[in-house]
Ligand binder design. Structure first.
Ligand code: SAM
Ligand code: SF4
Length: 465
């Protein structure tokens, strides 16, 4: 049998991108080739997201194209993995285009499932039946083995990798589908995490981002010792070759917060960056969202973070148009954004998700155009702040880790001679664009900032870097 080729398409968050990287490595080891184009592929694998309806619609429209394609190519195998696979299960399998539906906890089986579907024209469902039940030991072991085996070559960006430290979530924010598709919170053993980081460092990785839905609640009992995220960051700081460590996403909780900020202040390797979603500035809406804090307690946490790490840059997430959000509630969110002075804020329009508490109990009362207006207004408030913060960099020299060629040519290319434009990031997550040799991808460099825009800094490569 000739080597079958798989085309992998990924939607969604960092967690999904990481799953895609693991699955791709596993498929290659199982003897599959990879294809950049759907046309040349024997198998199309789609990793899906369920967080907002729009993400699911994009997948469904993609499956519509594949259904047409299958009319002339009936042997094409289509697999759906990720959150949407877990959420819709057998319903998704009924789709004419789909051969395999495989939930996030079942991905260690993916190579076998695909090999089976290539050999025999059949439909296979592999989802976790009682997703909120703690995984069996066997399931946990196979997930852990899968992660440790294939989580060592995740280099989507040169010299950078993501490492999952925990799976699932126990928070049940009323709007969120994640706990229903990713299952209960489970922290990975610190030994396995540190070993993985060590292997990544041996492969030349310099920056690691630790991933978890509420990464700051990482907790693992190993014998007498209980590990927190702060302990994990300290241990990871000791790995030779790793120069920058990040962690996302943090839940605004007091527990462990100071310890984590202290490690950030003390370890030069832990980047001064905190992604800590607020979701709303209105206490009434926060309560309806089942977020366990008030806007004041959230702002107090930011103050504390800035006291301990004065240079810290902070990012937040917001949902506008949650059921019952009045103009007054929205104004409270605007006020919070003004006070928080984020480096960046990610703003989403509320999208009702089937099965969540807010969808069952609350009407999606805020009209689409109001959500859109609030989204635009909040973005404008944030843009003014981002612009002010960016301007402070004018004339300053910054250290960056270079990601690679810039996709958007912003700068006058004569500024860099014959060199192409590169994109890089500071430890505080500012995007920096400058001209330099492509060979700098994956290297650290020093750049002098000469121009700024709200989300990007532009500069010149220092010859001594
Ligand atoms: N666990 C992380 C947290 O709690 O911050 C992130 C989870 S979620 C994948 C990323 C962001 O999507 C959330 O912070 C929230 O702002 C947004 N989000 C989640 N559910 C949503 C929904 N139903 N409608 C709109 N935005 C949503
Ligand atoms: Fe969803 Fe809330 Fe868990 Fe984040 S903390 S994944 S928003 S339930």
């Amino acid at each position: 049998m000739s080597r079958k080729k798989v085309h992998v398409k990924s939607f969604g968050c960092q967690m999904n991108k990481l799953d895609t990287a693991l699955v791709t490595a596993a498929l290659q080891e199982a003897g599959f080739g990879l294809s950049e184009s759907v046309k040349e592929a024997d198998v199309v694998l789609i990793n899906t997201c369920s967080v907002r309806e729009h993400a699911e619609q994009r997948v469904l429209s993609h499956l519509g194209h594949l259904k047409h394609m299958k009319k002339s190519r009936p042997d094409l195998v289509v697999g759906v993995i990720g959150c949407m696979a877990q959420r819709l299960g057998s319903k998704l399998l009924e789709h004419e285009a789909v051969n395999i539906v495989c939930g996030p906890a079942e991905i260690p089986r993916i190579s076998k499932l695909i090999a089976g579907a290539v050999q025999e024209d059949k439909k296979t469902l592999a989802v976790t039946e009682k997703v909120r039940r703690k995984g069996s030991e066997q399931q946990n072991r196979s997930l852990e083995e899968f992660e440790s085996a294939y989580g060592i070559e995740d280099e989507r960006v040169p010299a950078q990798a993501f490492v999952r430290v925990m799976r699932g979530c126990n928070n049940f924010c009323s709007y969120c589908v994640v706990p229903y598709v990713r299952g209960p919170e489970a922290s990975r053993p610190p030994k396995a995490i540190i070993e993985q980081i060590r292997k990544l460092a041996d492969h030349g990785v310099k920056q690691i981002t630790l991933l978890g839905q509420t990464v700051n609640s990482y907790r693992y009992k190993a014998g007498e010792r209980a590990w927190s995220l702060a302990d994990l960051l300290s241990a990871a700081s000791g790995v030779r070759g790793i120069e920058w460590l990040r962690f996302v996403t943090s839940y605004p909780a007091e527990e462990f917060f100071e310890e984590i900020m202290q490690v950030m202040a003390e370890s030069p390797k832990v980047c001064n960056y905190l992604h800590i979603p607020a979701q709303s500035g209105s206490d009434k809406i926060l309560k309806a969202m089942n977020r366990n804090y008030t806007s004041q307690r959230y702002l107090d946490l930011l103050d504390r973070a800035r006291e301990i790490v004065p240079e810290i840059s902070i990012a937040g997430d917001f949902i506008v148009g949650f059921p019952g959000e009045t103009e007054e509630d929205f104004q409270a969110t605007v006020n919070l954004v003004e006070k928080a002075r984020y480096r960046n804020a990610f703003i989403f329009k509320y999208s009702p998700r089937p099965g969540t508490k807010s969808d069952k109990k609350l009407q999606d009362t805020v009209p689409g155009e109001v959500k859109q207006r609030r989204n635009v207004e909040l973005l404008a408030v944030q843009e003014t702040i981002s612009d002010e913060l960016s301007r402070q960099f004018l004339g300053r020299r910054v250290r960056v880790l270079v990601e690679g060629l810039s996709k958007k040519p912003h700068l006058n290319s004569t500024q860099g001679g014959n060199n192409p434009q590169l994109v890089a990031r500071t430890a505080t997550d500012y995007i920096v664009v400058f001209n330099g040799p492509e060979s700098l991808a994956g290297q650290f460099a020093e750049v002098k900032i000469t121009q700024t825009s709200p989300l990007t800094l532009f500069g010149q490569l220092m010859s001594d870097s």
